[in-house]
Design a protein around this ligand. Structure first.
Ligand code: ADP
Ligand code: MG
Length: 260
């Protein structure tokens, strides 16, 4: 069965201020969506709420993932169910290599299915990791570096995509907004996404910039403004944004832009 992430009339606030004001969005395995919108419209808030960041309060609405009430689950349980979230500012874990981190994540997932599971064997893990790294054209010595410790922007993105490849989520959410991604990092993310998308993976790419859409062609594009998705469409919506910017959409909805 195809898994879906269904966001239904979601309202959420930060420190008492309402940010999300009724978000509706469904992403299914096999689909690629882009969520666009000006700075401050609530895109990262949506990502944080989906991941279960405790700084964000859900006021009303529902999120169903693969038939389960996502909002009732702890972040790690969300991840084990097959939801993957890549962050704009991933934390560094000095002392833990990328390989060890990935192996722990795989084992946590296996133990979730079978508490008696002994974990993936080292040779099997090595094979899996090398396989994915080859496929993504990542140099093998990358796996022995400490997670995100001193990583460049591009390397963080590479680590993120590798995690996604190894964990094989059903739905991945990539928040690339405001991160000042250089064109190199952008290519890494887009190249990784393009290689990994397929019938078993659904992707939501969150971006302020239209240029990532030169590298990823999503089937669905959504525009968020003031905590709501105000427009949804196909690739033509990105072309329209490219040509006209957000201004006509601001005007259509009577929203005064703070910044674009
Ligand atoms: P976007 O990702 O679309 O740029 P955000 O979701 O980051 O928008 O921000 C939406 C609004 O919520 C902004 O006004 C921002 O200041 C506020 N906000 C987001 N996260 C926090 C936070 N952790 N603490 C306080 N305010 C926040
Ligand atoms: Mg953001």
């Amino acid at each position: 069965m195809v898994a879906a992430l269904e966001i239904r009339n979601l309202h959420a606030s930060v420190e008492g201020t309402p940010i999300l004001k009724g978000v509706n969005l469904t992403i299914k395995q096999g689909e690629t969506h882009a969520l666009m919108g000006p700075n401050g419209s609530g895109k990262s808030t949506l990502a944080n709420v989906l991941m279960g960041n405790p700084a964000y309060t859900v006021d009303s609405g529902q999120v169903i993932f693969d038939g389960v009430d996502l909002l009732e689950l702890e972040p790690d349980a969300r991840s084990r169910l097959g939801l993957f979230m890549a962050f704009q500012y991933p934390v560094a874990i000095p002392g833990v290599t990328l390989a060890n981190f990935l192996r722990s994540a795989i084992n946590a997932r296996r133990r979730d299915v079978d508490p008696a599971d002994k974990g993936i064997s080292i040779p099997e893990f090595r094979r899996l990791l090398m396989d994915k790294m080859n496929y993504l054209e990542i140099s093998p010595d990358f796996a022995s570096r400490y997670l995100n410790d001193g990583f460049s922007g591009g390397e963080k993105k590479r680590a993120e995509i590798l995690q996604m490849a190894v964990l094989q989520p059903k739905i991945a959410i990539l928040d690339e907004t405001d991160s000042g991604l250089d064109i190199d990092a952008l290519r890494i993310v887009a190249g990784g996404v393009n290689r990994l998308v397929g019938p078993d993976l659904g992707v939501l790419v969150i971006t302020h910039y239209k240029r990532i859409l030169d590298y990823i062609r999503p089937q669905y594009i959504h525009i968020m403004m003031d905590g709501r998705i105000v427009e949804s469409g196909g690739p033509e919506l990105a072309d329209q944004l490219e040509a006209e910017g957000y201004k006509p959409i601001f005007e259509k909805y009577g929203i005064v832009p703070t910044e674009e």
